[in-house]
Design a protein around this ligand. Structure first.
Ligand SMILES: Cc1cc2nc3c(=O)[nH]c(=O)nc-3n(C[C@H](O)[C@H](O)[C@H](O)COP(=O)(O)OP(=O)(O)OC[C@H]3O[C@@H](n4cnc5c(N)ncnc54)[C@H](O)[C@@H]3O)c2cc1C
Length: 487
């Protein structure tokens, strides 16, 4: 057993834990950060950037979102079922946090929308001076560097196992185990949990949210996110919260393959369910949460995006209807070849191709082929007038007529889980009576219940934004607590 000592122990070094490390160490605390993996950054290493509201970038780009409009929009969206004080504090802090990240060396490509009807709150971290995927890793590296410059000791491959409280109920230590199996005990005055939720725990997702992984949810798994911080916090007396999934929809086996395939199937064309009926205004396919929700409640939790060769040819010639930064291609010239490769891979059941609509329906397992054929006929008729079923704009109404026909088989997915540990707007962990547990703080997705039942893509960058900002709040609050304790 190794015995160590620190003012503050931070559990998890994703964006929330790293921000907490920087803030606590800047305030003069000695900090040990425990990280289960051999790298820092967590899920955010795959992301592109955090939310900011009222930033210099938005001013430069003439984006007119401000805290008041964002707050009102957000609270209406969530029906006021979330912590309004936390939302207000987070939004108000977000512009300063973008500047704070810049002061650590992070460069932003600018403030962007996720899709046309969203707001330009997504501050995409510059990759090679422009927009690229995975800028989140660059942001994390800058926070890590500053934390280490400030003397934070990051212990890799050293998962925390237990959070300890003394006889008075105050936080007094953390137990962990290093990669060689040696037990570590750290005496400390405050603990900050930021372990990123339970997106890699099918058991947890079943138990807390009722999903069966690989059946009605195909979560993007970030290895190691097992809900350990949430479990440890509850064992140490924290109250728990509702948990949800940051819902999206994907082609589970091809989403990270040639991008022409997901990009083309995510265009706002005809989508049907297993009963052969439309169930969404496909314009919504740009909002991945709304579409994930709509697919989730269909029979079998599946949705089929239908294309014909004429639509594909049109996209090749004139470009796509809708573009975004996550799934981005310069052209879709390899679409047919990529589809054939997927179809020929027996382990990759995401795409189907057929010479007739009847054959397509059969390959998709559509239960009522006649209903499907009627849906296509009605849809094609509406393409000549207007969508009287779900009011999709006419510019997106393209008939399904010319063989071969293609279908992309979409399932609900998630970027991870949200919620689990109950906190207040100071990031203090609360017990079942809503009393703050002395010295106990939490941040990031382990605590994130501010979206209610559905993630808010209308203000993009929202999870990473919440994580970095609450990490900062938790780091500051822990330092204040330790200072008061020492006085
Ligand atoms: C593909 C992808 C793209 C995304 N893009 C964006 C985006 O552009 N903008 C946005 O706002 N959001 C985005 N997100 C979401 C965002 O990245 C996450 O919400 C965010 O990373 C969560 O931060 P966190 O600090 O709470 O947890 P995480 O980033 O998950 O970090 C948690 C850390 O805790 C560690 N840990 C776990 N258990 C223990 C333990 N017992 N002891 C010690 N350490 C432990 C983990 O190893 C991990 O390093 C994206 C997510 C994904 C998957």
């Amino acid at each position: 057993m190794k015995n160590l000592k620190a003012d503050v122990v931070v559990i998890g070094t994703g964006p929330s834990g790293l921000a907490a490390c920087v803030e606590a160490s800047e305030a003069g605390m000695s900090v040990i950060a425990l990280e289960k993996q051999n790298v820092s950054g967590g899920a955010a290493n795959m992301g592109m950037g955090p939310l900011g509201i009222g930033t210099r970038h938005q001013q430069d780009q003439m984006v007119d979102i401000d805290v008041e409009r964002a707050f009102k929009m957000f609270m209406e969206y969530t029906h006021w079922r979330v912590d309004a004080n936390m939302v207000k504090r987070y939004f108000e802090a977000s512009a300063g946090t973008i500047e704070w990240l810049e002061s650590l060396g992070v460069e932003f490509a600018g403030a962007y929308k996720y899709f046309p009807k969203s707001e330009a709150t997504w501050h995409i971290v510059a990759v090679n001076g422009g927009i690229g995927r995975n800028g989140g890793a660059i942001m994390n590296k800058h926070m890590l560097d500053r934390a280490q410059e400030n003397g934070v000791e990051v212990m890799y491959e050293t998962p925390a196992k237990k959070i300890l409280r003394d006889d008075e109920g105050k936080i007094c230590g953390v137990d962990a185990v290093d990669k060689d199996g040696e037990e570590i005990h750290i005496d400390c005055k405050a603990v900050i949990v930021g372990t990123g939720g339970a997106g890699d725990s099918p058991e947890y997702m079943k138990e807390r949210m009722g999903y069966t992984y690989g059946k009605d949810l195909f979560n993007i798994v970030i290895p190691g996110l097992k809900g350990e911080g949430i479990k440890m916090a509850i064992e140490a007396g924290a109250a728990t919260t509702e948990m949800t999934v940051e819902k999206i929809y994907i082609l589970p086996f091809s989403d990270f393959g040639p991008q022409s395939v997901p990009v083309t199937f995510m265009q706002p064309n005809l989508m049907v369910n297993v009963q052969g009926r439309r169930f969404i205004n496909e314009e919504m396919m740009q909002n991945t949460t709304f579409t994930g929700n709509a697919i989730q409640i269909q029979k079998g939790a599946v949705g089929f995006s239908i294309l014909d060769q004429k639509i594909v040819n049109g996209y090749k010639k004139k470009g796509l209807d809708v573009v975004n930064f996550v799934h981005h291609v310069d052209n879709i010239d390899d679409f047919e070849q990529a589809c054939d490769d997927i179809i020929n891979d027996p382990n990759n059941p995401d795409v189907v191709k057929a010479d007739t609509l009847e054959e397509l329906a059969e390959k998709l397992g559509i239960e009522d082929v006649d209903t499907f054929l009627e849906t296509v006929e009605e849809y094609n008729d509406m393409c000549e007038s207007q969508d009287t079923l779900f009011y999709k704009p006419s510019k997106f109404m393209k008939p399904i007529e010319k063989a071969p026909f293609y279908a992309g088989i979409f399932h609900p997915s998630g970027y991870g889980t949200l919620g689990g540990i109950k906190i207040d707007d100071k990031c203090q962990v609360l017990d079942d009576d809503w009393n703050a547990i002395p010295g106990f703080f939490a941040c990031g997705t382990d605590t994130c219940t501010i979206y209610g039942d559905s993630y808010m893509f209308l203000l993009p960058g929202n999870t990473m934004g919440y994580c970095v900002n609450t990490g900062r709040f938790a780091g500051e609050a822990a330092a204040d607590y330790v200072d008061e304790l020492d006085d």
